[in-house]
Design a protein around this ligand. Structure first.
Ligand code: FE2
Ligand code: FE2
Length: 196
């Protein structure tokens, strides 16, 4: 598939707003990849496709998870929207002919994070936070930190996510807790304390 065909197909699967978000995450992913010495073509592909399953309803996500043989945990069952990440990785493989493991892993864990995230997965997760169009109060701080300390920025993003999830009274996926713990355990320096 050419890049134009990929974009065209993706556009047909998403709302205009979500497609614009996908382009913005692609652009942020490329900038972070260039900054941290990661393959920018992989970052562009993962960033562009990270939300390719976002146009599906919870019912469709659950049905596809069953079809694709994706094991669903109790939290994904209750918060089926989380499934757009693992289903997105499957769609990237099946519908967009992406077979690179790093790209597929980055898409699979872009929402929750996971225990041992590679550089590309960190970049996509963070790009999703800082992409143009995001406007939560801390976003400018996060954008600045993203280019100074990748792990500190990711930790800040995860803390914000966890606080948001708690404020909604929703469930926290254990992969997010594992990702956060791992970031702290691997970066014991004082600069990477959780933000208040
Ligand atoms: Fe997403
Ligand atoms: Fe996204």
């Amino acid at each position: 598939m050419t890049i134009e065909q990929v974009k065209c197909k993706l556009q047909s699967m998403l709302t205009p707003k979500r497609f614009a978000h996908s382009l913005a995450v692609r652009d942020a992913s490329i900038r972070l990849a260039q900054h941290y010495g990661v393959d920018e073509h992989k970052a562009a592909a993962a960033g562009l496709l990270h939300d390719c399953a976002k146009g599906l309803s919870e019912e469709q996500l659950l049905k596809l998870a069953d079809e694709f043989g994706i094991l669903i945990d109790s939290i994904q069952k209750s918060e089926a929207g989380l499934l757009h990440a693992p289903i997105g990785a499957e769609l990237a493989r099946k519908e967009f002919d992406v077979h690179d493991r790093e790209i597929l892993t980055a898409i699979r864990y872009h929402t929750t994070g996971c225990e041992d995230m590679g550089l590309l997965a960190k970049i996509i997760c963070l790009a999703d936070f800082i992409a143009e169009g995001r406007n939560f109060p801390e976003v400018e701080d996060l954008r600045r930190i993203a280019f100074a300390d990748l792990d500190a920025a990711l930790l800040m993003g995860m803390d914000l996510t966890i606080k948001h999830v708690i404020s909604k009274g929703s469930l926290i996926h254990p992969d997010t807790v594992k990702a956060r713990n791992n970031l702290i355990l691997r970066n014991p320096q004082p600069g990477i304390k959780a933000c208040d």
